[in-house]
Structures are given as structure tokens and as C-alpha cells.
Design a protein around this ligand. Structure first.
Ligand code: FES
Length: 96
């Protein structure tokens, strides 16, 4: 299990192996916006990886394109519905 520390809410949750951050947050009742339900079409679930960037899967080209379209690019910006932690991370949920 990977620990996800949510800086802006001061809570930590755990993701099962292979589980996206979005669903780990929802499983633990941490509020994060998602219009599309995790289908990578809305871009509302963007987060910043503040620590542990080496512990997440790399973004796909489709994720990069969506982040570009919503103008939320940056080395540590990800979509929570596409980001799978393999080790501990600290994140910040980006306000809309
Ligand atoms: S939940 Fe819509 S893009 Fe992630």
C-alpha cells in the first residue's frame, strides 16, 4: 500500500496496489472534484505531487494533452484519476 498525504487537508490515506489516487481519496471520503468520474475527460481532478514524484507512474500522452488543454501543465501536475502511486507521496489538491 502507498500512503498519500494530502497537504491541504492534513490527512493521509492509503492506496491499494494499482489504485489511482482519485479512487483512494474517494474511498477515504476526501473531497476532490471529478466531473467525468475518472474517465479522463474533464480535467477537474488535477493535483500537484509535492513529494514522491519518483513514486508515481509517468503521465501518458493523453493525460499530457488534457493537462495542456486545461492549461494545467507543470512538472508535478497530474490528473488524480490517472496517477497511480507505487510508494508514499504528498499531494495538494488544486483548487478550481
Ligand atoms: S476525473 Fe475527469 S479527468 Fe480525472
Amino acid at each position: 500500500m502507498a500512503m498519500i498525504y494530502v497537504l491541504d487537508k492534513d490527512v493521509e490515506v492509503y492506496a491499494r496496489e494499482g489504485e489511482q489516487i482519485l479512487f483512494a481519496l474517494w474511498d477515504n471520503r476526501v473531497t476532490i472534484t471529478s466531473i467525468c468520474g475518472g474517465n479522463m475527460s474533464c480535467g477537474t481532478c488535477n493535483i500537484e505531487i509535492m513529494e514522491g514524484m519518483e513514486n508515481v507512474n509517468p503521465p501518458s500522452d493523453d493525460e499530457k494533452r488534457l493537462l495542456s488543454r486545461i492549461k494545467r501543465q507543470g512538472p508535478n501536475v497530474r490528473l488524480a484519476c490517472q496517477c497511480v502511486p507505487t510508494g508514499d507521496v504528498a499531494i495538494r489538491i488544486v483548487p478550481e
